[in-house]
Design a protein around this ligand. Structure first.
Ligand SMILES: *[C@@H]1O[C@H](CO)[C@@H](O)[C@H](O)[C@H]1NC(C)=O
Ligand SMILES: *[C@@H]1O[C@H](CO)[C@@H](O)[C@H](O)[C@H]1NC(C)=O
Length: 172
């Protein structure tokens, strides 16, 4: 059965620091390696299932095994997964996805989007991916980290949210 993708990715984010903290107390190197492998396989189970069944939609629906747009229409899960790919050491996939997103994601569309989710996952995800792109072996523009394609995407998404923060903006 497919695990809910977001839960798994959030789990990776939250479980890693706990395991690091445990190191030196009880965990042997062998145990640590086992945890690491387990987290990696959980991530790839969710990640590959999303790519196979749900991309380019925002999220995977685990029971019907298809995709749907939930918080906008920005391939949210893929943007969300970028920094995790780098943390897990997968530079080639990071590079492939960073280029793919530049070609496929369009913020100039008429959809209802969640301001909160777009802020933390789309703007935040693109900013972190932009900053990590050099470490992932991508060629960066002169002027990086103050310029770059992922930074421009983050800025475009953020600009769409600005009316929400004006005096007469309605809460979404
Ligand atoms: C990176 O991710 C892709 C897609 O899941 C996978 O095919 C590839 O084997 C991974 N590479 C490494 C080094 O883990
Ligand atoms: C967004 O949601 C509002 C309120 O439910 C609805 O009136 C509007 O048609 C929706 N817009 C789009 C583009 O889906």
């Amino acid at each position: 059965m497919l695990t809910h993708l977001c839960t798994t990715i959030l789990c990776v984010i939250h479980v890693l620091p706990v395991i690091n903290h445990a190191k030196g107390k009880e965990g042997t190197d062998q145990e640590m390696a086992q945890y690491r492998e387990r987290i990696k396989s959980m991530f790839y189970h969710a990640y590959n299932s999303y790519l196979e069944n749900a991309f380019p939609y925002d999220e995977l629906r685990p029971l019907t095994c298809d995709g749907q747009d939930t918080w906008g229409s920005f391939s949210l899960t893929l943007i969300d997964a970028l920094d995790t790919l780098l943390i897990l050491g997968n530079h080639t996939e990071f590079q492939r996805v960073a280029s793919l997103l530049q070609d496929t994601v369009d913020f100039d569309i008429d959809v209802n989007a969640s301001v909160f989710e777009t802020n933390i996952r789309v703007v935040g995800g693109l900013l972190s991916a932009h900053l990590l792109s050099k470490r992932a072996g991508m060629e960066v523009e002169p002027g990086w980290p103050c310029s770059g394609p992922l930074l421009r995407m983050a800025e475009e998404a953020a600009r769409k949210l600005l009316p929400e923060y004006s005096d007469n903006g309605e809460s979404v």
